[in-house]
Ligand binder design. Structure first.
Ligand SMILES: Cc1ncc(COP(=O)(O)O)c(C=O)c1O
Length: 442
């Protein structure tokens, strides 16, 4: 893919780490990091345009279709579209009734949102270290952090590789804990034949611009197999709206009165005005709805999901094969029985073997080889907000080492051409050789 500066506009945005890594330093990039994680074509354009002409632009037929398609694709009973993954996880945290002083065990290797939603409800994030090969929360570390105050475990399927869920679910069952799967990276991922978002109590997906499918840059989905949660999720997603006058129990605000008010219905058409509001279990609701244009685009994206995942997997496996023999560079680990969807391709530098540091390697890779790589994630307890609360800054040494010394993420999206992938492989090989040479390693 040729680098086209006009599509690389991060300098004019205010999104920080959520929107582009623009540079103006004269470096000629061969493969820039891209902030569009998917492929759009006529299907998305036509779907968006058609949805714009509907009578309702929110919580209408496209939202319901998107939810149904997404639930089917992930082998789960219920799916609820929402404005993004963070708002979805906030709803899940309210549904789990996390309150002041409740502890939630969570991975430090995640975007801040996973901790934020716990803090918003007064809960206490308790960090369990990660596995050095999968970069996912380590179930053995989770077990060590369980106390009488623990209420839930929040896991993140980092980079599109699912967490080892069996021991997590065993721990949860033994201690009566809820499990949230943060599936922001894991649309389409699977573990031992089960899809992301179908194992924990609730799954939360992101359709942010970077993600494997995107609904125009923002969007999210909650999934659950628990019938008892459906009312709570709908109530909290949409204004504590509590009435159930629709033909299937859905309210007008949930799916549009016209869709569910059949001819033979006894009620009058103006009845949606008489909606009711009740807090859910003491929790106030939110307006976390998705709009119809996003949902229509989401339907087109779900139709492409297998193709998008296959492309990412093909690219990921090609990179792995191309870097096998590079001393000091560790490739992605995909254990038997896992279906990795390569939201990220994380290479790790083994400083001892390479002879130089990760940062030195990244600098050479960027400045001399034109390959732009980025870091995910600073351990959450290193943010000032938590540091000031006294969180031990060395509590998860593997996560610290991972972020500060080992990892970097390659450009990864399904529009990468063979030439891009070859350029990345060649660039990494060259950069590793240059760093090794500087430090006179064989
Ligand atoms: C692991 C993880 N969790 C949660 C989120 C939040 O997703 P959203 O931007 O849709 O709120 C992200 C987004 O980058 C993420 O990477």
């Amino acid at each position: 893919m040729a680098f086209d500066k006009k599509h690389f506009t991060g300098g004019e945005t205010e999104g920080g780490i959520t929107s582009s890594y623009a540079t103006d330093d004269g470096v000629k990039l061969k493969v820039p990091y891209s902030f569009m994680g998917s492929i759009y074509d006529d299907a998305e354009r036509d779907a968006a345009f058609a949805a714009m002409q509907q009578d309702t632009l929110t919580m209408g037929p496209k939202t319901q279709e998107f939810q149904n398609k997404f639930a089917k694709a992930h082998g789960v009973k219920h799916a609820f579209a929402c404005s993004n993954c963070t708002t979805g996880m906030h709803v899940a945290t309210q549904v789990f009734d996390i309150k002041k002083g409740d502890e939630v065990i969570v991975t430090p290797n995640t975007f801040w949102a996973t901790s934020l939603v716990i803090l918003k409800e007064g809960g206490i994030p308790v960090y369990a270290d990660i596995d050095p090969r999968t970069f996912n929360i380590d179930p053995a570390e989770v077990a060590k952090k369980i106390t009488a105050k623990t209420k839930a475990i929040y896991v993140v399927h980092y980079a599109g590789l699912m967490v080892d869920m069996d021991p997590i679910m065993e721990l949860a069952a033994r201690h009566g804990l809820k499990v949230l799967e943060d599936c922001a990276h894991a649309t389409g991922a699977a573990y031992k034949g089960r899809m992301a978002g179908s194992i924990g109590d609730i799954g939360a997906f992101s359709f942010h611009s970077l993600k494997n499918i995107t609904t125009c840059g923002e969007g999210g989905m909650l999934t659950t197999n628990n019938d008892a949660y459906t009312h709570a999720i709908q109530n909290l997603r949409c204004m504590n709206n509590n009435h159930s006058w629709g033909e299937n129990g859905a309210s007008a605000w949930q799916f549009g009165d016209k869709i569910h008010c059949k001819k033979e219905s006894a009620r009058d058409y103006w009845m949606p005005a008489h909606f009711d509001v009740q807090s859910w279990n003491g929790h106030w609701g939110n307006n976390y709805r998705m709009n119809e244009v996003q949902a229509a685009v989401g339907c087109a994206q779900v139709d492409k999901l297998d193709m998008l995942s296959a492309k990412r997997r093909e690219i990921g496996h090609k990179i792995t094969a191309g870097l096998q023999d590079v001393k000091g560079i560790e490739t992605v680990y995909e254990p038997e029985g896992y279906h990795h969807v390569f939201h990220l391709y994380t290479v790790c530098v083994n400083e001892q073997e390479l002879g130089g540091s990760r940062d030195e390697f990244m600098r050479v890779l960027y400045q001399e080889e034109g390959i732009q790589t980025i870091l995910h994630y600073q351990p959450s307890y290193h943010f000032s907000a938590l540091r000031k609360l006294g969180y031990d800054q060395n509590q998860c040494p593997i996560a610290n080492d991972f972020f500060y010394k080992r990892e970097t993420n390659l450009p990864m999206h399904p529009r990468l051409s063979d030439a891009d992938v070859n350029a990345m492989i060649e660039g990494i090989r060259n950069a590793a050789a240059k760093v090794r040479k500087r430090h006179c390693k064989a």
